[in-house]
Ligand binder design. Structure first.
Ligand code: ARG
Length: 459
């Protein structure tokens, strides 16, 4: 039989299948540490308000602590007869401490309680994600530093475009992750608001010191409107949004790794220990890890859309629809944390085929822009230089040569502005070195990026 916290006005028992449909304990059990933490602070506030005495306070707190301990150690099991984690803990408390336990829910509703628990969860989860982001950023920096000399083609439209340093390419992901961290910090601020005191929706009549509870639980702010406090799930949506963008970034990197590991590219070799084989094709080595990160990105996007859709038509204040916020939220953070760990492991184990990468940067006229810019230094307007070099490229293509294989006299056939010194412009290394502008791919600029990144991470 279902164990409820709301039986009084009902003549009939709850229908068993409906109870199961209605219940959230199967997934909200994860909130138990936060629920207990919140209840302890609420209990202290009740004592300060004169609603319970010192002995009751002591009893409730030690009861809650023993429940926490038993749950941590698996001595106490979650039980599907209870609708949700809040009901479970409250009923268990009453079992353990009797009458005092019956007083705990004074001035509180599950509506402000669940908002509190979720906020505490989100704040914790964000801290964990930021930690993982930083770990992955450190790995990116290490790999970038170790391979500072490696040259590769940079792409637009997945067509070879201009030579770049592999480190420059990798550090682009450092920047994305840095913005992700910022988005999580932002979402944190929105979660950092104490809803307790709002009770069901209109605010409690008891003199609960909200600032005291906020201080106890480490909240930066208290909510200013009780109706908003119990019906707001923006902080859930924002944090899943931050998860989504982060996943989108990881997915783009995954895609690149998948492409680079193909025979066609052969830029990288994935570690055996982080790859899989085929059940039929003995030669296969598959990049499942990054494919899964790419695949799981879709599921986080799905979670974002699911909670947005759930919230869009809800009148104030609490509606049971909002119970649907937890699974997408937990799933998004679990996915992001796992994916960051996996990506970090993989990136530190990737072997780069420097030779092939560098050769690829030397094939496909990647220095054509440089050739046009050379002409600009000789006084040719850029648009004219572009047109002219286009013709040089066509000529080289027909001859089956790269630009640096053309002879000076062949170049002179296109323009008198070509001189001996043009030959210093057509090596991919020269092309890279010339891009020493802040944010460019020249080794000095990339080392500067790395230096700043290390300062940011205090390494
Ligand atoms: N399990 C519920 C949830 O997750 C808790 C809040 C229930 N409140 C209520 N008035 N039924 O949303």
């Amino acid at each position: 039989m279902a164990e409820k916290v709301w039986g009084g006005r009902f003549k009939e028992e709850i229908e068993e299948r409906f109870h199961r449909f209605n219940a959230s304990i199967e997934f909200d059990w994860r909130l138990y540490p936060y629920d207990i933490m919140g209840s302890i602070s609420h209990c202290r506030a009740l004592k300060r308000a004169g609603i319970i005495n010192e002995e009751e306070e002591r009893g409730i707190i030690s009861g809650l602590n023993s429940i926490k301990e038993d749950l941590d150690q698996g001595k106490l099991k979650f039980d599907s007869r209870y609708e949700d984690i809040h009901t479970f803990i409250e009923k268990e408390l009453i079992k353990r401490v009797g009458d005092a336990g019956e007083k705990l829910h004074t001035g509180r509703s599950r509506n402000d309680q669940v908002s509190l628990d979720l906020r505490l969860y989100v704040k914790d989860a964000i801290k964990r994600v930021i930690d993982k982001i930083k770990g992955f950023q450190k790995t990116i920096i290490q790999v970038a530093e170790k391979n500072i000399h490696v040259i590769m083609p940079g792409y637009t439209h997945l067509q070879r475009a201009q030579p770049v340093l592999l480190s420059h390419h990798l550090m682009a992901y450092y920047e994305m992750l840095k913005r992700d961290e910022g988005r999580f910090k932002n979402a944190y601020q929105r979660a950092d608001v104490l809803p307790l005191g709002s009770a069901a929706l209109a605010g409690t009549t008891f003199e609960i010191d909200r600032h005291f509870i906020a201080e106890e639980l480490g909240f930066g702010n208290i909510s200013r409107n009780s109706m908003d406090a119990v019906s707001d799930r923006d902080f859930v949506i924002e944090s899943i949004f931050a998860c989504s963008i982060l996943m989108m970034h990881l997915s783009r990197l995954s895609e690149e790794i998948i492409i680079w590991a193909t025979k066609e590219f052969s830029f990288i070799e994935l570690p055996d220990s982080l790859s899989t084989g085929s059940s039929i094709m003995p030669q296969k080595k598959n990049p499942d890890l990054v494919e899964l990160v790419r695949g799981k990105t879709g599921r986080v996007f799905g979670s974002l859309l699911s909670i947005l859709s759930t919230m869009k038509g809800l009148p104030l204040t609490y509606n049971k629809d909002m119970q649907e916020d937890k699974e997408p939220l937990f799933d998004s953070f679990d996915t992001v944390i796992d994916s960051l760990e996996m990506m970090e492991m993989l990136l530190s184990g990737v072997r780069f085929n420097e030779k092939i990468m560098e050769e690829s940067a030397g094939q496909g006229f990647l220095v054509a822009t440089d050739l046009a810019e050379y002409l600009v230094t000789k006084g040719v307007p850029f648009r004219k230089a572009h047109e002219l070099v286009g013709k040089v490229v066509l000529f080289a293509m027909e001859k089956g040569k790269e630009l640096n294989q053309l002879e000076l006299k062949e170049l002179k056939g296109f323009s008198d502005s070509f001189d001996e010194d043009v030959l210093n412009w057509l090596d991919p290394k020269d092309s890279i070195k010339r891009r020493s502008i802040t944010g460019g791919t020249a080794p000095d600029s990339v080392l500067q990026q790395i230096k700043q990144a290390k300062e940011e991470l205090k390494i």
